[in-house]
Write a protein that binds this ligand. Structure first.
Ligand code: GDP
Ligand code: CA
Length: 319
């Protein structure tokens, strides 16, 4: 059986995984999820990226939005607001609240996040093994300048409240240096036949996972093909504001620059969209095999084609 490891953020990672499952129904898929976006709200631990993967693969996602539960209501949020209790900028629905209550209760009882995630997945049956990158707390902060004053704010405040409307001066995964990979992460990488980077945010999703000491090294040393798919199409993120956080790490918003940012020490293959076929030569000059294929995840069939192309490239570079 083919063992595939995927480093995933939220929406981009989750949608890609749905296509990968369709393309490789027999494969054993382990997803290492980003937890740098996690935030404590109303006394609850919220893990947006883990939940987006779990809900998307488990059939509970709000399809149009790409995050949160389908058929959602917001009574609890309204009641909290009536008490003047915020933040109001983070959309937590009633159904979603239940997930965070269960998670927080289990964490308070002493279970590590990886065990909690496994318990939540017992209900959702995502068809993949979902492991948080670490059981230790890592929180991505963004340095910004507002009204002439420099400060660091939580990634969610930057992304959701400010909609990345000010420049990100720096992006710091606070706690990453001291964090250890969660149980199963290094083992899954060591046993993998192929490692895939979905079209997730290269800085605040995949970059954060790679910032946990040991994970980047394990991937580079596993001796298996590592293939990524560009989240940047036609010099802009397909969705969201990835260009803002790329600028913070000095990377231009282009498919080729993202490949160079990961580098040939990590990546063996890179897929760019057909509109970026002009980038193929530059990526190959950086020592990374590259091909242009359609990279828009418009439906599961189109996404499955992308996953097939990534797995094919993995076989090509296996050498
Ligand atoms: P987040 O945690 O919800 O922000 O999700 P991820 O980090 O997993 O993915 C976000 C990235 O997915 C963004 O940078 C988008 O550009 C990218 N993305 C979203 N939809 C598509 C798509 O259809 N095709 C490609 N190539 N990238 C996409
Ligand atoms: Ca995210």
């Amino acid at each position: 059986m083919q063992r595939i490891v995927v480093l995933a953020g939220g929406i981009g990672g989750a949608r890609f995984l749905r296509g990968l499952k369709a393309a490789a129904p027999q494969a054993d898929i382990t997803v290492i999820g980003n937890t740098g976006d996690d935030i404590h709200l109303f006394g609850l631990k919220v893990c947006p990226d883990l939940d987006t993967v779990m809900y998307t693969l488990g059939g509970g996602i709000n399809e149009e939005q790409g995050w949160g539960r389908t058929d959602e209501t917001f009574k609890v949020k309204e009641e909290l607001a009536a008490y003047g209790v915020g933040p109001e900028w983070f959309g937590l629905g009633d159904r979603d609240f239940a997930t965070h209550i269960v998670r927080s209760q289990m964490l308070a009882a002493g279970y590590p996040l990886s065990a909690v995630t496994e318990a939540l997945c017992d209900r959702w049956q995502p068809g993949v093994r979902l492991i948080p990158m670490s059981d230790d707390r890592v929180e991505t902060h963004v340095a910004v300048e507002i009204d002439g004053e420099q400060k660091a704010i939580h990634f969610q405040e930057y992304w959701v409240r400010l909609r990345a409307s000010v420049d990100a001066l720096a992006v710091v995964p606070v706690g990453a240096e001291q964090a250890k990979p969660a149980p199963g992460v290094l083992e899954a990488i060591a046993e993998a036949d192929v490692v895939l980077f979905p079209p997730s945010n290269p800085v605040v999703s995949v970059g954060t996972i790679l910032a946990v000491p040991g994970i980047r090294e394990a991937i580079a040393e596993a001796g298996v093909p590592v293939v990524g798919l560009s989240p940047i199409v036609g010099d802009a993120p397909v969705r969201g504001m990835a260009d803002k956080v790329l600028a913070a790490v000095g990377v231009e918003s282009s498919a080729a620059a993202v490949a160079e940012h990961y580098g040939s020490g990590l990546l063996d293959g890179w897929l760019v969209d057909t509109v970026d076929k002009g980038a193929v030569e530059r990526v190959e000059a950086a020592g990374i095999r590259c091909r242009a294929v359609p990279l828009m995840m418009t439906d599961v069939a189109a996404t499955a084609e992308m996953a097939r192309a990534a797995l094919e490239m993995a076989e090509e570079v296996r050498g």
